[in-house]
Design a protein around this ligand. Structure first.
Ligand code: GTQ
Length: 352
């Protein structure tokens, strides 16, 4: 008999029986699927992640204050985690990704370690710092996209006279979800340099690779720095053409030896929006962190609208429509878990 046909006291009686049943099976660690099926198998993504924006002017002030409270050495990594407002306590900016703002003061070293988690850095502010990856240093310049793939040794240092701040993006929540994390501290505080600066870029990042190099399919690139001046030059060179209605002029960073993403778990993108250009709304299943490197404008995400300017950071949750408008020529960097979703056959997008 359908519930609609039951008299009210029969309905109450049945609800009480079910509640009693749920309680009894609950003591044996079972629970009824039919109460949660709609949430488990949604008709479309209903991300708990919240759209949010962090203004760099505020971020900088807070992270500089951290520089007075703890040294890089004591902290190991002096980082303020950007926590999604709906995921407080989880050290996550989206369900799958972590983001944080790292500060290194003149003379400091963030000691060498390695871990299963893959990391990217986007340099935001200050000059004179370096990151060393598996024995090679790279000077960090604003806008440089630097990677430290899983299990590569890395340390950071500041040889200059200014505080240096960058954005860290890691796949920490993915590795935690899989219970697959390992980490190790190096005996060397700073890695001994084994190759001159620029070696990896020359060998692997100039449309050539060493003659016997055969990368495995998901192997991260040996190119660990994508210099901003190259990215910017490419975007400027294509900016005269007709922009895509939903993306403007958008490129994805690749492992030049394979065409895949630089690291298997994180995809990264750079995009140029000419002054006055407004994108049509677009949504995709990869929750995305966006950083304004140049220009200013407005972002509409779901129902929210923000103005953004240089170094502001915002997060677009899965399947939320994004619309961007540039009020000056603007260059945006972004990263997401897209390669994971694509490898699993899950990724979808929609041009609205
Ligand atoms: O620079 O190695 O933001 O290990 C979080 C964990 C940075 C790093 C983070 C890390 C690092």
């Amino acid at each position: 008999m359908h519930a609609a046909n039951l008299p009210p006291d029969a309905l109450r009686e049945r609800a009480a029986q079910r509640a009693n049943y749920y309680e009894r099976i609950g003591t044996r660690h079972m629970t009824p699927l039919w109460e949660v099926l709609g949430a488990l198998v949604p008709t479309q993504p209903r991300s708990p992640v919240q759209a949010a924006l962090w203004r760099y002017a505020e971020l900088r002030e807070q992270v500089i204050e951290a520089g007075r409270l703890i040294t890089a050495e004591e902290a190991e990594r002096r980082v303020l985690i950007l926590e999604n407002p709906a995921l407080r306590g989880q050290s996550s900016i989206t369900q799958s990704l972590y983001a944080g703002l790292q500060l290194i003061l003149p003379g400091e070293v963030a000691p060498a370690h390695r871990h299963s988690q893959s990391a990217l850095r986007l340099v935001l502010d200050g000059e004179g710092a370096y990151t060393a990856v598996d024995g090679e240093r790279t000077t960090m310049r604003r806008g440089d996209f630097i990677i430290t793939p899983a299990w590569t040794w890395h340390d950071h240092g500041n040889l200059g006279d200014q505080p240096v701040v960058w954005l860290d993006g890691l796949d920490i929540p993915i590795v935690r979800f899989l219970d697959a994390g390992f980490a190790e501290k190096s005996e060397q505080h700073s890695q001994v340099t084994q190759r001159p600066e620029g070696d990896a870029l020359a060998r692997y990042g100039a449309n050539m690779v060493p003659v016997d190099y055969q990368p495995r399919p998901a192997e991260p690139t040996r190119v660990f720095v994508y210099p901003f001046e190259r990215t910017r030059a490419s975007l400027k060179a294509i900016a005269g053409g007709t922009p895509d209605a939903h993306h403007g002029h958008k490129l994805r960073y690749v492992n030049p030896a394979t065409g895949a993403s630089p690291m298997p778990t994180i995809g990264a993108f750079a995009q140029w929006l000419p002054r006055g250009f407004e994108t049509r709304p677009y949504r995709c299943t990869d929750g995305t962190v966006v950083v304004c490197l140049e220009g200013e404008g407005e972002a509409k995400v779901g129902g929210q609208t923000w103005r953004f300017q240089e170094n502001d950071i915002f997060v677009v949750p899965s399947w939320h429509a994004l619309q961007l408008r540039a009020d000056r020529d603007s260059l945006l960097f972004s990263f997401s878990d897209r390669p994971v979703q694509q490898a699993l056959g899950l990724w979808r997008d929609e041009r609205l």
